[in-house]
Every structure is written in structure tokens, then in C-alpha cells.
Design a protein around this ligand. Structure first.
Ligand code: NAP
Ligand code: G4F
Length: 344
């Protein structure tokens, strides 16, 4: 039985990848941070009590800013494949917490690959690189496009990308960069724009909320489905030699277009409910991301399966279900829908 070790297992991608690997027969180990409340919602449906002899999913406490423990975990688990997904992954937040972002999102990668080098284990490593690294580079972007990072998050990811390449060349380790364009799902964090929109639109539809505050509506992104993208991560580690791949849909849409589509699918007029609040603007913005994933198509045989419209429908359906439950509770006087906590 192959063993995989995932950082970021509690995140959006971690949950889809865990499902995928368990279905392929892997034993899966995941790094989680200790929190005062459980933060395993996205993987709870996959978890079996570890006393069960058939359990194949195991969680371990740790943090990307503590290197010794990462080393101990790798030495004891000895995974065949490592998927390094853990990161402070919010671009807007990286302007509020630049040093923390550089530490976790940048140095965290170095700590992981140093742990591989120092323990001497034989393993394959996937680095969650990002289209955000392209920044101001004109579209379409591919593996040959020169990075022009526009945020502390992007700068940290560029560091990780290069240190992965350097360790590959210097020490002959199997380390791969997947440069993934934005990918979304019903499990997307609620402060990323797509989920923020589908979540609020569903609440507005059910009368739980009146207004959605957004930032820059003109930014364009190449949005795919997270479930499709995790398959590409796995395919990358099945190749004979490590390499770097762009994963994208090859379509781009503006935040305005996404918003309008979501609201109109719910028979709502977005102009009546959406207000622009400059607090959501970023000090520097990435205007257009549009990926060219032809290398992945040729070498990995990877192509996206879920279309832009199907992705939106999937997210609306799920958020309507959540909003219906909230309405039941609100009508019974148990809770209300809270307001915005921070500008994200
Ligand atoms: P996500 O939902 O924000 O998940 C991030 C994960 O990292 C969570 O499990 C989080 O744990 C963990 N984490 C954060 N800080 C940590 C720390 N100090 N120590 C250990 N774990 C830590 O992100 P995602 O959307 O799944 O993305 C996965 C990876 O791909 C990230 O590296 C992201 O930057 C990158 N990426 C994402 C996209 C995209 O569109 N989704 C595109 C390109 C690249 P908690 O649950 O405890 O917070
Ligand atoms: O959904 P977003 O926050 O995603 P962003 O910044 O593109 O980053 C995501 O994708 C990257 C891949 O390119 C990942 F590496 C990263 O980890 C993350 O998953 O914002 C998308 C766009 C931006 O241009 C932003 O300015 O939407 C715009 N936007 C407009 N109003 C907003 C809002 N973004 C957020 N989060 N909240 C708003 O109210």
C-alpha cells in the first residue's frame, strides 16, 4: 500500500486529494494545526476512528513553522509521496500579515524539503505553486512566462518555486512544481471571491441578507474545479522524472461576470444587491490570469472535466442547502446570519 503525506489536509484541496488518494488505495497521513475548535470539517466524512483496523487516514499535529517536528514525522511515516499544500493562502491577508506569510508559505516549503534531504527518505514531493506568481505578466501564462509577483503571498510562492528547483538540481531529489490557476468548489474557503459570492447570493435569495460587499469587480481569473485539479497533482508525481506544470482551464472571466451569472441563476439582479467597498481592494492587483495548460495535456494527458457553468451550479446548489438550514434555525430564533468580520 502506497503512503502519502499531506500538509494542508484540512484545506479545500487537501480534502479533495485525500478522497482521491483513499479511493486509489493509499494510506494517507495529514499534518494538522492544533486549534481551540475542531478544524477538520472538510475531511470528517473520510475519517474512521484510528482504533478501526481498516483505518487508512491518520492525522498528526504539527506546524509548517516548526522544522524539527516535520523531520520526525517524515522519518517515522516514510511516505512514498508528499503533497505540500499547507500555506497562508489568502492574497489579501498576505498584505496584512506579510512576515507570517513569508514564513509559512515561503520558508515552510524550505523546511519540508530540508526534512526530506536530512532524513534521506526516498519520496516524491509536490509543491503547490500558484498562478498568482505570474502577477503582472500578460496572458496567456505558461511554464515559460517570467514571474512578476504582485503580493507578499506571490513573492513567498516564487521563493518556494525556486528553492524546489534548486534542491532538485543540487541534490537530485524528486521535487515537482504544479503551477495551478484558481480552482474552486463548494468547499472553497468563504473569503475567496467565488465562494463569498455564491454563499451571499444564496442567503440573499432566502431573505437572510440584503447586501454583498465586494472589491475589484474587473479582475479576471481562470477558474476551474478543485476536484479536477487534484487529479493533476497526483498525475505529476506518477511521471518518471520531476518537472513543472501549469494547470488551468484556458478560459478567463471577470469577477463581475461571475457575480452576474450567480445572481441571475437565482433570478436576482446583482446590481441591486452588490456594493463595492474599497476596503477589499488590494494595494497591488493581478488584473488578468489565463493559463495555457498544453504541456499538462500533452505529457500528463490532463484536461479539466467540469465547465465554468457546472462549477457555478455546483456551488450555488451547495450554498442554497446551507442557507436553507440557516433559515430554519433563524426562523426558530436560534441564530442569525453574522456580518463581515474582516476585509477579505
Ligand atoms: P486552503 O483551503 O486555504 O488550505 C490551506 C491549508 O494550509 C489548510 O489546511 C491550513 O490549515 C493549512 N495551513 C495554513 N497555515 C499552516 C501552518 N502554519 N502549518 C500547517 N498548516 C497550515 O488552501 P487551498 O485552496 O486548499 O490551496 C492549497 C494550496 O494550493 C495552498 O498552498 C495554496 O496557496 C495553493 N494554491 C491554491 C490555489 C487555489 O485556487 N485554491 C491555486 C494555486 C495554488 P487550517 O485548516 O488549520 O487553516
Ligand atoms: O478569490 P480571490 O481572493 O483569489 P486570488 O487572489 O486570485 O487567490 C487565489 O488564487 C490563487 C491562484 O491564482 C491562489 F494561489 C491563492 O491561494 C488563492 O486561492 O480573489 C480573486 C479576485 C482578486 O482579483 C480580488 O481582488 O477577486 C477580486 N475580489 C473582488 N472582490 C475579491 C473581492 N476577492 C476577495 N477575496 N474578496 C472580495 O470581496
Amino acid at each position: 500500500m502506497k503512503k502519502a503525506f499531506l500538509t494542508g489536509i484540512t484545506g479545500q484541496d487537501g480534502s479533495y486529494l485525500t478522497e482521491f488518494l483513499l479511493a486509489k488505495g493509499y494510506e494517507v497521513h495529514g499534518l494538522i494545526r492544533r486549534a481551540s475548535t475542531f478544524n477538520t470539517d472538510r475531511i470528517d466524512h473520510l475519517y474512521r476512528d484510528f482504533h478501526d483496523p481498516n483505518a487508512r487516514l491518520f492525522l498528526h499535529y504539527g506546524d509548517l513553522n516548526v522544522s524539527g517536528q516535520l523531520m520526525d514525522l517524515l522519518a517515522s511515516i516514510r511516505p512514498d509521496e508528499i503533497y505540500h499544500l499547507g500555506a497562508q493562502s489568502h492574497v489579501r491577508v498576505s498584505f496584512d500579515m506579510p512576515e507570517y506569510t513569508a514564513d509559512v508559505t515561503g520558508l515552510g516549503t524550505l523546511r519540508m524539503i530540508e526534512a526530506i534531504r536530512k532524513t534521506g527518505i526516498s519520496t516524491r514531493f509536490y509543491q503547490a505553486s500558484s498562478s498568482e506568481m505570474f502577477g503582472a505578466a500578460p496572458p496567456p501564462q505558461n511554464e515559460k512566462t517570467v514571474f512578476q509577483p504582485r503580493s507578499p503571498y506571490a513573492a513567498a510562492k516564487v521563493f518556494s518555486y525556486h528553492i524546489v528547483q534548486n534542491y532538485r538540481d543540487a541534490y537530485g531529489l524528486y521535487l515537482t512544481n504544479g503551477i495551478l490557476f484558481n480552482h474552486e468548489s463548494p468547499r472553497r474557503g468563504e473569503t475567496f471571491v467565488t465562494r463569498k459570492i455564491t454563499r451571499a447570493a444564496a442567503q440573499i435569495k432566502l431573505g437572510l441578507k440584503e447586501t454583498l460587499y465586494l472589491g475589484n469587480l474587473d479582475a479576471k481569473r481562470d477558474w476551474g474545479f478543485a476536484g479536477d485539479f487534484v487529479e493533476a497533482m497526483w498525475l505529476m508525481l506518477q511521471q518518471d522524472r520531476p518537472d513543472d506544470f501549469v494547470i488551468a482551464t484556458g478560459e478567463t472571466h471577470s469577477v463581475r461576470e461571475f457575480t452576474q451569472k450567480v445572481f441571475s441563476k437565482l433570478d436576482l439582479d446583482y446590481e441591486k444587491h452588490v456594493k463595492v467597498d474599497p476596503r477589499y481592494f488590494r494595494p497591488t492587483e493581478v488584473d488578468v490570469l489565463l493559463g495555457d495548460a498544453s504541456k499538462a495535456k500533452n505529457i500528463l494527458g490532463w484536461e479539466p472535466k467540469v465547465s465554468f457553468d457546472q462549477l457555478i451550479d455546483m456551488m450555488i446548489d451547495s450554498d442554497l442547502e446551507i442557507a436553507r438550514k440557516e433559515k430554519t434555525l433563524t426562523d426558530a430564533g436560534f441564530s442569525g446570519v453574522g456580518g463581515e468580520r474582516l476585509a477579505q
